[in-house]
Design a binder for this molecule. Structure first.
Ligand code: ZN
Length: 832
């Protein structure tokens, strides 16, 4: 009786609760899309729904954004599925072979993950997600109630809360009683840096695999703990485009399975049917390809899901309503309705194919674990003591992505990354072996294969990222299967630092630079050796650091060295004499003290936010060394005499052509300043009369030989001949120059054809250059490819007592080009 009574009370309570479930409009007091909803209020609505329908909605906070905003995922399904959520998750990981077991959950639901607002100024998806949440759990909606019996929907309302609130606060701060659809109204002109990017101006939709940003790091942990079967990433494009949904455009990476291709088409056709009924325009199979692995569609695909991007017109300039070129008014209301419709259509079609979706997910992982998805059966990264720091960084990246690696014995036949020739290699104890058969096999293949198959094809992004090149490591891609694997671990660095004459630190990776940066901030005096030397049988490369007891407070040094070197996994060696084998004596004036430079960069309107962000994040979070950011309009207020290093990432520098500002800057440089210029900043400097660097003249002979009567229809293919989206080139370099200290080989990511002429007659130093046949991986158009040879990518030039360091390619691209970080550190600390 008691039990029955309890049952009745529970029933009436839950129907009472349902009665209190409010639609977004009832809760917010306005129709979705007629106002911009702040992030916190969106979360309040989500929590309201989960309180009112607790048996169907659960949530979990998975992280906090850099600026401190909470990040959640919401789980929405039938009462039965929600009550066994953890069993479903565990079973799914077992199906994938990520954990042991056979995945015993019966009637496994298809897991759909919906990502919103990766770009914070693409407002409609977070807004529309509230409608989707409501419609899914609304008891009146019998269709969705039925669909939730065999689907589990996971919604992340906002992947980028800081960018979202940057945009939303700005919009809400300037909107009046009504919106103004004229494109020239201020509400359509978003201020720098825009809400697309996160706190550090990173594009989170390029960061899935690299996870340089805290938002990605935390999200990928929970994503990989779930491994959804379907992933939809909602975005917005320019205001004049209609709507985009899958199937995606070519190129598609070869590893993408027939099922992943086919089911995208099924989903697309299903959505098209609905859009046709509504008379909404859309396009498919164009622009958005599936190749670069760090997107919200490709990363899920390479992790076994159907990964998809959906794009609605909107974005930065759209506001609440805007006139388009077609003399139409695009409103946030309509943008949200269309994304909402796509979300609901997706749940419907997945529900119709639920068991097939689960079965195919299982089959993907069976293939992954058996090696069927591999193009190479194993990848061997050669261990070298002076590459340990790079290997540690690579291990960190693999850990973030649940990629398995081992140590293994045996002889491997395969392709050598540096020579691109076949080789036979016998693995040594500390070599890193990454099997091609493992749960993350597809991702392993995409990240490690020396070259992905890609013909003339327009892609949205770079076409090469093979890890050994990114990390500057030697390796072999092999067809030999791995056997006799053992867990791989590098010893934890635990320095014993006693009383000594001095200490030496090898300069062989970015961690050496991190240690230097932290020592300098502790005001510990650090010298460097421009000569390689030997100490108790150990080889120390050029640029190695020397910390002398005599010049510092001995006890403090020992404590700091121990603490900081351990933190950065850097070994400290003791020096017992002032004479170093192979180098100058420690007392020599040639052994220079490294100055703690005061570093400055412009950041504001006119700069490229992404490039500014790369440098900012590099100093602030990775090197952990201060950099002063100055608004470009305040350039006249800079006290140049106090500045040591001025960094110019790619961007626009009109001050160079301003008489007063340009002269102040040049005078500072002549008096001993140092400029580090990247990409387009190099071009702007080389246009100055007082600069000697000049670009290589473009070779147009190949173009001239072309048939003048070429068909109009081939125009797109023709334009590709002059194009590269990003490919990897081998850089030959002067290893004795401080800019390249710590590097044994270097590969650069070329995103255009620009090269500079070699300096002659000592006008500057030719430090890094591209010879002939230096292309290692990626797509380069046939005309452009002929031009990328015999030119300078890295160089330095003296201007009076000052120096300009030229980095023609962006060594900090998306902060994942690991070996570039050391080059930047050399430019800052080692180059005089
Ligand atoms: Zn976007």
């Amino acid at each position: 009786m008691k039990r029955i009574l309890a049952f009745i009370i529970t029933c009436s309570l839950s129907s009472l609760a349902m009665a209190q479930l409010k639609s977004p409009q009832e809760f917010l007091g306005y129709q979705i899309g007629t106002k911009i909803t702040p992030h916190w209020k969106v979360l309040e609505y989500y929590k309201h729904v989960s309180t009112q329908v607790p048996n169907q909605v659960k949530y979990e906070q998975y992280g906090v954004s850099f600026e401190g905003r909470p990040m959640y995922v919401f789980f929405i399904s039938s009462g039965k599925n929600i009550s066994r959520l953890e069993d479903i998750r565990k079973s799914n990981l077992q199906i994938a072979g990520e954990t042991k077991g056979s995945g015993t959950v019966r009637d496994m639901p298809a897991i759909i993950w919906m990502s919103n607002n990766a770009h914070g100024n693409e407002t409609s998806s977070m807004e529309s997600s509230m409608m989707t949440l409501y419609q899914l759990v609304n008891q009146q909606n019998s269709a969705s109630q039925k669909q939730l019996e065999n689907t589990l929907v996971i919604i992340d309302p906002c992947l980028n809360p800081d960018g979202t609130e940057r945009y939303n606060n700005w919009q809400n701060g300037i909107l009046g009683a009504k919106y103004h659809p004229d494109l020239y109204a201020r509400e359509h002109s978003e201020p720098w840096p825009g809400g697309r990017v996160n706190h550090y101006y990173f594009d989170l939709n390029r960061d899935w695999a690299w996870q340089t940003q805290v938002e990605s790091q935390q999200r990928m942990k929970i994503y990989n703990a779930w491994l959804p079967h379907i992933h939809i990433d909602f975005h917005e494009m320019g205001i004049n485009a209609p709507y985009y949904f899958p199937p995606a455009a070519e190129p598609l990476h070869e590893v993408i399975t027939p099922w992943q291709r086919e089911f995208q088409t099924t989903i697309g056709q299903h959505n098209a049917k609905y859009f046709d009924q509504k008379g909404w325009l859309y396009f498919t199979k164009e622009r958005f390809d599936l190749f670069y692995p760090s997107y919200g569609d490709t990363y899920p695909i390479y992790s076994g899901a159907i990964g998809m991007t959906y794009e609605k017109a909107g974005n930065s300039s759209a506001g609440l309503g805007v006139y388009t070129d077609q003399k139409d008014t695009l409103t946030l209301v309509d943008r949200a309705i269309q994304h909402h419709a796509s979300g609901m259509n997706l749940v419907e079609i997945v529900s119709q194919n639920s068991s097939k979706v689960v079965e195919e997910f299982k089959s993907f992982y069976t293939k992954a674990n058996s090696g069927e998805l591999a193009s190479f059966q194993s990848y061997i990264i050669k261990y070298e003591p002076n590459h340990e720091s790079r290997i540690r960084s690579l291990l960190d990246l693999m850990d973030k992505n649940n990629i398995r690696y081992y140590t293994a014995e045996g002889t491997f036949k395969g392709l050598d990354y540096s020579t691109k020739k076949s080789t036979t290699y016998t693995a040594k104890t500390k070599d890193l072996v990454i099997p091609g058969n493992q749960p993350k096999a597809a991702l392993v293949r995409v990240l490690f294969e020396p070259e992905a198959k890609l013909k003339d094809s327009v892609t949205y992004d770079i076409t090469a990222w093979s890890m050994p090149y990114v990390y500057g490591l030697q390796g072999v891609a092999s067809q030999t299967k791995v056997s006799g694997i053992k867990p791989y671990a590098l010893e934890k660095v635990n320095n014993t630092i006693g009383n000594s004459f001095g200490y030496a630190i090898k300069w062989d990776g970015f961690s050496s630079a991190q240690l230097l940066a932290s020592l300098l901030q502790k005001k510990i005096s650090v010298k460097r050796s421009d000569y390689a030397f030997k100490l108790n049988g150990e080889d120390f490369p050029r640029g190695s650091l020397l910390v002398m007891s005599s010049t510092n407070k001995a006890q403090e040094i020992q404590k700091s060295l121990k603490e900081l070197a351990d933190k950065h996994s850097v070994k400290v060696y003791t020096i017992s004499s002032g004479i170093l084998e192979g180098a100058k004596d420690l007392g020599s004036s040639d052994v220079k003290t490294i100055k703690a430079p005061k570093v400055l960069m412009l950041a504001g309107e006119g700069q490229r936010a992404l490039n500014v962000g790369e440098v900012w994040h590099y100093f602030d979070q990775q090197l952990q060394y201060p950099i002063i950011l100055v608004h470009p309009k305040d350039i006249g207020r800079i006290k140049w005499s106090e500045i040591d290093v001025f960094i110019m990432p790619g961007g626009s520098y009109p001050f160079l052509n301003d008489k007063t500002q340009g002269e102040n800057f040049a005078n500072w440089l002549r008096a001993g300043g140092k400029v580090i210029a990247l990409e387009s900043a190099v071009a702007q400097l080389s246009a100055q009369s007082w600069v000697k660097l000049k670009p290589v003249k473009q070779d147009t002979t190949a173009k001239a030989k072309e048939d003048p009567l070429k068909p109009y229809a081939d125009r797109e293919r023709e334009s590709l001949k002059e194009y590269t989206a990003g490919a990897i080139y081998k850089v030959d370099f002067d290893a004795t120059h401080p800019l390249m200290y710590g590097n044994k080989e270097y590969y650069t990511l070329r995103q255009n054809g620009t090269l500079y002429q070699y300096y002659k007659d000592g006008a500057g130093w030719n430090v890094g250059y591209i010879h002939e046949n230096a292309l290692m991986s990626g797509f380069v158009g046939q005309h452009l490819s002929k031009q990328i040879k015999n030119g300078l990518v890295f160089g330095t030039e003296s201007v009076g007592a000052g120096t300009i360091v030229y980095l023609v390619d962006n060594v900090l691209f998306r902060n994942f080009w690991d070996s570039g970080k050391l080059v930047m550190a050399n430019a800052v600390f080692q180059v005089d």
